[in-house]
Design a protein around this ligand. Structure first.
Ligand code: GDP
Ligand code: MG
Length: 162
């Protein structure tokens, strides 16, 4: 069975853009595997000889009042099924309270988490990364998913964590 990587983060940080980059598809495959529901997006990808399964999620808002929404429940289920979580944040917006709430929630799952700093195009990546250290998830890995930048480096790091 291929390792499963879940893409998590608040809405609009670029999860689906990264999903499409990593699966090289515009239209995500929906896996027909037992135990996997159809309401999350599954795809497969490969770097070098390394194959993985990727799960795109609707995301977590980080807001308490929406914790029980369907989207949040599905996202939590995806996290539970994952071997590794890629937690996406937005280098243009900077660190938000929602990111902090999601980081706290992710800690409760006990899954390995890599912090991915997206939208680093047009911003100083070091300056953008600095404030995200406060999340306690280590050095953010800078990418610009929409431009395919940083993806190879990201996947090298991912490989090292699976
Ligand atoms: P999701 O809600 O987390 O799945 O986010 P999407 O993948 O739908 O992307 C939300 C918006 O961010 C879209 O308009 C994307 O084109 C844009 N976006 C995604 N990646 C990047 C990036 O690397 N740089 C910039 N500037 N915009 C991006
Ligand atoms: Mg999306």
């Amino acid at each position: 069975m291929k390792p499963v990587i879940a893409l998590v983060g608040r809405p609009n940080v670029g999860k689906s853009t990264l999903f499409n980059q990593l699966t090289r598809s515009r239209d995500a495959l929906v896996a027909d595997l037992p135990g996997l529901t159809r309401d999350r997006q599954y795809g497969t990808g490969r770097v070098g000889g390394f194959g993985y399964m990727l799960v795109d999620t609707g995301g977590l808002s980080g807001e308490a009042e929406t914790l029980d929404t369907l989207m949040a429940r599905q996202t939590r289920q995806a996290i539970q099924e994952a071997d590794l979580v890629l937690f996406l944040v937005d280098g243009r917006d900077g660190l938000t309270a929602a990111d902090e709430a999601i980081a706290t929630e992710l800690r409760g799952f006990g899954k390995p988490v890599l912090l991915v700093l997206n939208k680093t195009d047009g911003v100083d990546p070091d300056a953008a990364a600095a404030e995200f250290h406060a999340l306690g998830l280590g050095n953010p890995l800078p990418i610009a998913a929409a431009h395919g930048r940083g993806i190879a480096g990201l996947m090298q790091t991912v490989k090292g964590h699976l």
